[in-house]
Ligand binder design. Structure first.
Ligand code: SF4
Length: 384
């Protein structure tokens, strides 16, 4: 692959490292991620392949590391530690760099979490999804709410002081009161970070079939918007900063890794299906872990697709991602990166979106309004 290193040196952007762990004990009813149940026996070979791919990576500095999946907590603490060491060695992660691991309640206990913490993981992201056991069953999750609480407490005892909890709203049949009860239960735990996602019914999933057959009602978009507004009110009252459309954090606990994505800075993904974006190119690895392991063991490239991103598209994507953030996009930063100001490129769009009450543009920074956050996709399209 021809990589244009000079652009990165010029831009002085931050970089993030993502390691994909495409294994789950069972597939959840709504999931269309690149993950596989029943392939856990491949984990040792997969970890070897990840280390080999990391060792071959371009020589750049990185600032964050994220283990995502799938279920990264299916790897042993020793395997995680080996991968952390490989990333530190290759990318010179600074001391204290954010290292996040996604974990599913029910796959971790206090001892495992203590060993993960000792291995250098300093941020834990628990996929809780609901505080209601009936909703957890509907989603096909393996755990109960009590197990989620147990995992959270175990994380605290293991020394984690930066914990994210993921929740999903807009479920078939979910009421506003039940969502309120989930938010209250989450707030009682006092995590540093909350990610709240509206359910997307993905084609081909068991949940989509149950909805299509009429067994379950189709999620109600208006009710989902009310749930979002309720979350905004409750979390703000509890001291959380709504720093990204779907993410809230206590002050200074924003996810540093995801900020790299939202600011459209560089990232390197390793593992099956992992995507990377660097020096004007985006590429993705083969999705299946067996094929990924085979390619790496033959010494072949695991890359499946490469796309060159022209500057115009990079600008559009920078707008689309950056508008997700409450900080918005600064004209000075945009100009430093692209050599032109926001108004020179997007005068018409900025004027029109402002007229519709979806954006605020003061000549220095552009941000979504509250209404713009609810209609984000409509705004983003204008810049692509
Ligand atoms: S645990 Fe996450 S990645 Fe695995 S099947 Fe469930 S939703 Fe998908």
């Amino acid at each position: 692959m021809a990589i244009r290193k000079s652009q990165v040196a010029d831009r002085n952007l931050r970089s993030a490292i993502y390691l994909h762990v495409p294994f789950c004990l069972r597939r959840c009813a709504y999931c269309d991620f690149n993950t596989y149940a029943g392939l856990g026996h491949l984990i040792p070979q997969y970890v070897d392949a990840l280390c080999a791919e990391i060792a071959r990576a371009p020589d750049v500095r990185a600032h964050t590391l994220y283990f995502g999946g799938g279920t990264p907590s299916l790897l042993s603490p020793e395997q995680i530690e080996r991968l952390v060491r490989a990333v530190r060695r290759r990318f010179g992660l600074p001391d204290g760099a954010e290292i996040t691991l996604e974990a599913n309640p029910g796959t971790v206990d206090r001892d495992t979490l203590s060993r993960l913490h000792a291995a250098g993981v300093n941020r834990l992201s628990l996929g809780v999804q609901s505080a209601h056991d009936g909703e957890l069953r509907l989603l096909g999750r393996l755990h109960t709410w009590d197990q989620a609480v147990e995992a959270f407490r175990a994380a605290r005892q293991a020394g984690f002081t930066n914990v994210n909890l993921d929740f999903i709203y807009g479920l078939p049949g979910q009421t506003l009161d039940r969502w309120r009860a989930t938010l209250e239960a989450a707030l009682r735990l006092g995590p540093e970070h909350l990610s709240l996602y509206a359910l997307t019914v993905e084609e081909g999933t068991p949940l989509a079939s149950r909805i299509a057959s009429g067994e379950l009602p189709f999620p109600d978009d208006d009710l989902a918007a009310e749930m979002y507004e309720l979350a905004e009110e409750m979390l703000e009252a509890a001291g959380y900063v709504h720093y990204e459309i779907s993410n809230w954090a206590l002050p200074s606990h924003e996810c540093q890794h995801n900020l790299v994505y939202w600011r459209n800075e560089s990232y390197f993904g390793f593992g099956a299906g992992a995507a990377s974006w660097w020096a004007g190119q985006r590429w993705a690895n083969v999705p299946h872990p067996t094929e990924y392991i085979a390619r790496i063991s033959r010494g072949d490239s695991p890359v499946d697709e490469i796309e060159t991103i022209p500057p115009q598209l990079e600008m559009g994507e920078t707008m689309m991602m950056g508008l997700r953030l409450a900080e918005g996009i600064s004209d000075a930063r945009f100009r430093q990166r692209f050599g032109v100001g926001l108004a020179e490129v997007y005068r018409d769009q900025l004027t029109e979106m402002q007229r519709l009450g979806l954006l605020v543009w003061d000549g220095r920074t552009v941000r979504l309004t509250q209404r713009g956050r609810l209609l984000g996709n409509q705004v983003f399209q204008q810049f692509l």
